[in-house]
Structure formats: structure tokens, C-alpha cells
Design a protein around this ligand. Structure first.
Ligand code: ZN
Ligand code: CU
Length: 512
């Protein structure tokens, strides 16, 4: 993948212009917004080239040579790059887009589309979705909606600054039908779950997600997952999975995910691909081989990844993970006890003079919604997974804005561009952009997005390839990335000169 783009991060000397990239409307007709003299990284992974991009209404109207277009608002792109808006394929922003519609923690980092409903958590049925919402957004009252259709039409009436596409969350569906029962569903329960899933798919969900470490998703066996993927496959959706075990059981978990895809006949998206816990480090080499083998056999399988050596989740799920050391589990958000934030389970156990497991129990008894950061991933593994051509980028950020969220919430895309592509040279900038734009748009079926071309939606990011970088740390995570100058969503400026404009032009993206 490394040699079809030759000039990453050199906006001054792009390659000769391929003429076939120019086109669209008559270049002499004024447009609404022109981004001029900019290095266009078009999302295909192809070579960057210098030109002007003209936007009219919500679409890219024309692409012309440098300095050839005129229009109402002119953004001088000299020395800067223009990419399609970043598509965050793995988010937990289901409720943030309702409660914090300006979504600064994403838009300020160049994200223009969020895929919500990952890891089995989803926006409907509402009664159970509220539980997750209260863990992520304590003290915020969630408005009512009926099913995924109600959720998505509410977002159309009161849009966010980002586009939103949804997955149906298996855990929420199962919980609403079977509570926390640890058993196979009976026929009537299976039918009831299928009805909920069909409702979501009819409303336009892109697929279904599972979270097989979480309660109650983990009580589902492989046969149940295959059955429930039936209506997803019928509707043309995909299966995204937070697998049963990302530790020493990683390979068995990948095998299960592939089995579901094979038997139910639908594409598989492996969520946050990694090997978690020291004993599991290195296994990603083999899990990537399994993905390659499945693809060779005709299965449509991909993965996403966040660019960090730490994960993050709810503390209550940590008991289900093997091989994690108490030192590596750090409280990130704990609303009733902010003084516990930044302390590890080992720290708390020491100061309370109890076993780590007892400390976890004590925290959960007082604050069941506590989230943690887990320093559990090998840097070599992060790079191995990122280099692989089947990996796209997804933040998996938990929008616990009042606490100390994992910095991936803010910095994921800037970190891939600035740290992994530019500074470490893991892949060319055009390849990095492709993994967060054109590739996910194609895999998730986001029509007319992810590519800069005439007629496509004008979701765009102007950034400085020399300066772009994440700025949040684990101790001090809430910083927007550097080097992101303008962000357009559906042709409207959501970020201008590095600050949010208050615009909320986000659309609901339904499976087409
Ligand atoms: Zn997950
Ligand atoms: Cu997730």
C-alpha cells in the first residue's frame, strides 16, 4: 500500500496534476465557497494534487486548477491540505449528538460523520438505552423517542453538527426482551428480538453491533448471533462486533466473528482490533492472517482501530477481561467521586488496604457508571494492525465530557495523520486519509461521501499536514487537535479558523 502515494506531507511540491481529477460545473460560474490553491487528498488513496475546490449548497460543485475558481467565501489553502471529512466508524455518540449537538470534541478534530450504536449499545429501545446514557452523561435528561425511526427522525428535526449513521445495538435489544438472563432465548424471544432489529434496519440502520464482553450481550451464544444477523443480512446490513475476548482468547473470538459472517451471509466489521493484556501481545499477527484467509475465501471482513496503547470501557466490564493488571486500570470518569479519577485500581486498593477486586467492588457499589482507561496494548501491535490494509480508523471515544475521557475522544484522527503517518512514516498521508474517509464510506455504504469529487457531498477538512497533531494526554485529555483549520459538513462551515461556528448541518445517513 505504500508506494502509490509519493508525496505525503509536502503541500508545497505536490505531484503533477492528473487532469481527470478536474471537472464538474463550468469553472467560470461562481460558487458559494472556494478552497483555493490547496493540496487535495481526495480520499481514494491516490496521489495528492494541487487545485481549487468549489462548493455550492451541500455539494462539491467543481474541482479546478489552482487559482481558477471564484466564489462568495474564499478560503486560501496555500500550504494546507484538503481532505474529505473524517468518518468515525466507531463511536458511542448516540446520546452526545442529542445532548451536545455541536459535538466540538469530534468536529474540532475534523470528524464530519459519526457511526453510533457500537459494541452492542444502541439508541433504542429507549427504556434501556437510557441506562447507558446516564452512565455517559450523568445529570442530563434524555428526550423520549420511539425506536430507531424515532431516534433518527429526531436527529433530522434537531440536527447535530455532524452527520449520524446508526447501528442497532444487540445488547440493548436483548436486554429489552430478556433482561439479564444468562440462557438461550426461546422461540418467542428470538422473534421479539428480530422484530426490534427489523425496526432498526427499516429505519435505515447500517447494521447490527454486538458487545460480547458486556452484560447482557455476553450471554448470547454464536447460534443466537447467527439467527439475529438474519434480518440484518436480509436488509443488506453489516455485523460489527466487540468480540467476546480480546485477550488470550482473541483468535477464538475472531473465529466466532467470521463464523457469524459466513453463516448469516453478511459483512463483518471487527471493532477496535487489538490484543489486550500482556499475555496476548503479538496475537494480532495471527488474527490479521485469519482476516486475510477469510477474505481470500470470499468473506467481506474489515476492522477498525483507535491509535493508542490504552483502551477504555466501563469498569463493570473489566471483571470479564483476563490478564489485566490492577496498575493498568485507571479510573477515567467517576461522577460522584471525581477524586478517584486518574487513580489506578492498584492505587485505590493500596490506600484502602484491600485486594484489587474488593476495590473494584467498592467503586462500583458507589458509582456503577464508572469508566476506566486500560493500559493494556502493545505499541508494536498498534502499528501492525494500523499498517494492515483492512484497518480503518474509529475512535471508540466515550463522551464522558465531565470526567477525564480517554484522549482518543478528541485526538484519534489527528494522531493517525500527525503521529503515525507523518512522524513515524507508517504509511503515506493519502493512505491515512483513505482509511478514515473513502474506505469507511465504501464499506459502510455512505453514498456520495468520503471522496472529493464533483457531485459528492461537501464534507471537507482543511488542515496543515506539517502541524496536525493530537494534543490531549491521559492526565489532561480535553484538548482539540492542532492544525485543523476549517471543517465543512454538507457545505456549511462548522469549524472556521479553528473555532466552532455553531452551525448544525448534520444529516442522518440511512442505509441505501
Ligand atoms: Zn467495544
Ligand atoms: Cu466501542
Amino acid at each position: 500500500m505504500a508506494d502509490h502515494v509519493v508525496s505525503p506531507g509536502q503541500p508545497g511540491q505536490p505531484d503533477p496534476v492528473p487532469d481527470d481529477r478536474f471537472g464538474g460545473e463550468d469553472a467560470s460560474t461562481p460558487v458559494d465557497i472556494v478552497i483555493s490553491d490547496v493540496t487535495i487528498i481526495d480520499g481514494t488513496g491516490g496521489e495528492p494534487f494541487l487545485g481549487d475546490v468549489g462548493v455550492r449548497g451541500d455539494r462539491i460543485a467543481v474541482i479546478g486548477g489552482p487559482g481558477t475558481l471564484s466564489g462568495g467565501r474564499r478560503i486560501d489553502g496555500t500550504g494546507r491540505a484538503l481532505a474529505p471529512g473524517f468518518i468515525d466508524v466507531h463511536t458511542h455518540d448516540d446520546f452526545a449528538v442529542v445532548l451536545h449537538p455541536e459535538m466540538e470534541f469530534k468536529t474540532m478534530g475534523g470528524v464530519t460523520t459519526c457511526v453510533v450504536g457500537n459494541c452492542g449499545f444502541g439508541a433504542a429501545p429507549h427504556a434501556l438505552a437510557v441506562l447507558l446514557a446516564s452512565a455517559l452523561h450523568p445529570g442530563h435528561e434524555l428526550p423520549e423517542w420511539e425506536g430507531y425511526s424515532g431516534y433518527l427522525s429526531r436527529l433530522e428535526q434537531e440536527p447535530a453538527s455532524v452527520n449520524v449513521a446508526a447501528l442497532v445495538g444487540h445488547g440493548v435489544v436483548r436486554g429489552s426482551v430478556m433482561g439479564t438472563d444468562n440462557r438461550r432465548p426461546v422461540t418467542a424471544e428470538l422473534a421479539a428480538m428480530c422484530l426490534e432489529i427489523e425496526e432498526g434496519m427499516e429505519a435505515g440502520a447500517l447494521g447490527m453491533s454486538t458487545g460480547l464482553i458486556y452484560e447482557p450481550g455476553r450471554y448470547a451464544d454464536t447460534a443466537e448471533l447467527i439467527d439475529l444477523c438474519g434480518p440484518v443480512a436480509d436488509a443488506g446490513g453489516l455485523y460489527a462486533t466487540h468480540m467476546r475476548d480480546e485477550g488470550v482468547g482473541l483468535l477464538e473470538s475472531v473465529a466466532e466473528a467470521l463464523e457469524v459472517g459466513r453463516r448469516a451471509g453478511l459483512p463483518v466489521q471487527i471493532s477496535h482490533h487489538k490484543a489486550s493484556g500482556r499475555e496476548a501481545w503479538g496475537l494480532v499477527g495471527r488474527s490479521l492472517e485469519m482476516i486475510e484467509a477469510a477474505r481470500a475465501e470470499g468473506l467481506d471482513v474489515w476492522a477498525d482501530q483507535y491509535p493508542y496503547t490504552a483502551g477504555s470501557t466501563i469498569l463493570s466490564a473489566v471483571a470479564a477481561m483476563n490478564g489485566l493488571e490492577p496498575e493498568s486500570i485507571v479510573i477515567s470518569s467517576c461522577e460522584p467521586r471525581p477524586e478517584w479519577e486518574s487513580q489506578s485500581v492498584a492505587d485505590l486498593a493500596r490506600s484502602w488496604e484491600v485486594e484489587p477486586a474488593v476495590a473494584v467492588g467498592r467503586v462500583l457499589a458507589e458509582a456503577p457508571g464508572t469508566t476506566v482507561v486500560l493500559h493494556s496494548i502493545d505499541e508494536g501491535d498498534v502499528r501492525t494492525v494500523m499498517r494492515h490494509p483492512t484497518t480503518m480508523i474509529g475512535s471508540d471515544g466515550l463522551p464522558t465530557l465531565e470526567g477525564k475521557p480517554h484522549p482518543r475522544l478528541y485526538g484519534t484522527f489527528a494522531r493517525v495523520l500527525g503521529h503515525y503517518s507523518r512522524d513515524l512514516g507508517l504509511f503515506p498521508l493519502a493512505e491515512a486519509v483513505h482509511r478514515m474517509t473513502g474506505l469507511p464510506a465504501a464499506r459502510f455504504g455512505l453514498t456520495d461521501r468520503g471522496i472529493i469529487a464533483p457531485g459528492r457531498f461537501a464534507d471537507l477538512v482543511v488542515f496543515d499536514p506539517e502541524a496536525v497533531i493530537d494534543r490531549g494526554t491521559f492526565a489532561d485529555p480535553k484538548h482539540y487537535p492542532a492544525g485543523i483549520h476549517q471543517v465543512l459538513v454538507n457545505g456549511r462551515l462548522v469549524v472556521d479558523e479553528g473555532s466552532h461556528t455553531g452551525e448544525r448541518p448534520g444529516a442522518v445517513l440511512r442505509r441505501s
